[in-house]
Design a binder for this molecule. Structure first.
Ligand code: SAH
Ligand code: SF4
Length: 391
């Protein structure tokens, strides 16, 4: 098989992929195959607890059943088109799907645990100016099989099957912070996360899953009510002018609405705080006045901050704030009683850090994008200078 392609028989294989089916869909498929419901339960266990990649491995099923399943179904996962491991241990996979589209997945190991950063779309409809994925047009939403498949491939890579029965596991968390906006593909993300959370399979609790959104206000409530996972908001600016310039979605859902959605987020409390992600962009959003405005903005929301040093990518007009500026900014937040750690960039050498993921679909030429970004960065600076003068 060529290294960067999808599985070779993908275009002709019409069998049903059982991976990514909800429990109800799996039961229905078994019914249609004339099989008893408990067989569906057994196969679920083989796929999500044992990590079986083919029916031959499912030894407790009869030979006949295995043959029937082999004929009508698959337990397919994305193919690895490329794998890179950073000097800091971060691993990135370029995953290829059946139609040849690709997305990236990253594993960020810690001492005795680690987070898998999963993509929800190929590309992104949004165009946040500091984000590499944002330079890529949206190709399509990922299916539940492709979303959960990324996590399963990561588990394969570290051999973490069967699912450990105690709390200790290397791939211990999921962050929906890869390519794409998960709340623009909520149904598929939700199906995949329900499978991940099911006790008799991968069994990852909702507190170990964090969904990051750029602020798709109408879907935020659903995320809390239907999944109950941790919420992270890509905030990145304390005022509408600056935020709209670096995140055009802010024009559609401005800060007032976004903050209200955070206040209303089901389950948000001091014990379960919302994370506000804040990328530090030199000269754009990183002054003491920005920090003070931020404190005002979030004062009645149970929250913490995560300061992200800007990760550069080829062609970006932005720079990361100086370390001293980041520290001073964080200190203002700490002094006001907020937790505000600086996220250590991981996997920068393999373009695996936040905002560096990208596959092939182009939106603008690099030159067009650069010119546009430079003009907008200037406008953002000017808008803020005006605002600052008025504070
Ligand atoms: N689409 C979702 C999740 C993916 S991005 C969202 O926007 O929240 C994950 C995080 O990385 C977001 O907070 C995003 O704003 C941030 N990010 C994007 N580009 C970045 C860059 N170049 N450097 C640092 N963080 C970046
Ligand atoms: Fe899309 Fe998130 Fe990147 Fe914005 S930051 S362009 S929403 S992936």
């Amino acid at each position: 098989m060529p290294p960067d392609s999808a599985r070779p028989d993908a275009s002709t294989d019409t069998r049903i992929n059982l991976v990514g089916l909800s429990r109800e869909q799996l039961a229905q498929t078994f019914l249609e195959l004339g099989q008893k419901p408990f067989r569906a339960k057994q196969v679920w266990h083989w796929i999500y607890h044992r990590g079986a990649t083919d029916f031959a491995a499912m030894t407790e099923l009869s030979k006949d059943l295995r043959a029937t399943l082999e004929k009508h179904c698959t337990v397919w996962r994305p193919t690895i088109a490329r794998e890179q491991t950073s000097t800091d241990g971060t691993r990135k996979w370029l995953m290829a799907f059946d139609d040849g589209q690709k997305a990236e997945t990253v594993f960020i190991p810690d001492d005795d645990r680690g987070a898998v950063c999963i993509s929800s779309q190929v590309g992104c409809t949004l165009t946040c100016r500091f984000c590499h994925t944002g330079t890529q047009r949206l190709v399509r939403n990922l299916t539940p099989a492709e979303i959960i498949g990324q996590f399963m491939v990561a588990r394969d890579s570290y051999g973490e099957w069967p699912t450990p029965t105690d709390e200790r596991r290397l791939l211990s968390n999921i962050v929906l912070m890869g390519m794409g906006e998960p709340l623009y593909n909520f149904d598929n993300v939700a199906t995949a996360m329900r499978i991940v959370m099911a006790d008799d399979g991968i069994a990852l609790g909702k507190r170990r899953i964090t969904l990051s959104t750029s602020g798709v206000v109408p879907e935020i409530h659903r995320c809390g009510a239907e999944l109950g996972v941790n919420l992270a908001i890509s905030l990145h600016a304390p005022d509408d002018d600056t935020r709209s310039l670096i995140m055009p979605i802010n024009k559609k859902y401005p800060l007032k609405e976004l903050m209200q959605a955070c206040r209303d987020y089901p389950g948000a409390s001091n014990a379960r705080r919302i994370t506000f992600e804040y990328v530090m962009l030199k000269g754009i959003n990183d002054t003491a006045a920005h920090a003070r405005a931020l404190i005002k903005l979030v004062k009645d929301i149970p929250c913490k901050f995560n300061l992200i040093p800007f990760n550069p990518w080829p062609g970006t007009p932005y720079e990361c704030s100086d370390p001293a500026t980041v520290e001073a900014f964080g200190q203002i937040l700490w002094d006001a009683g907020f937790s505000a750690p600086v996220r250590t960039p991981r996997g920068r050498d393999i373009l695996a850090a936040c905002g560096q993921l990208k596959t092939d679909s182009e939106r603008l030429s690099a030159k067009e994008q650069r010119l546009k970004d430079a003009a907008e960065a200037e406008a953002a600076k000017a808008a803020w200078a005006e605002k600052e003068a008025a504070i």
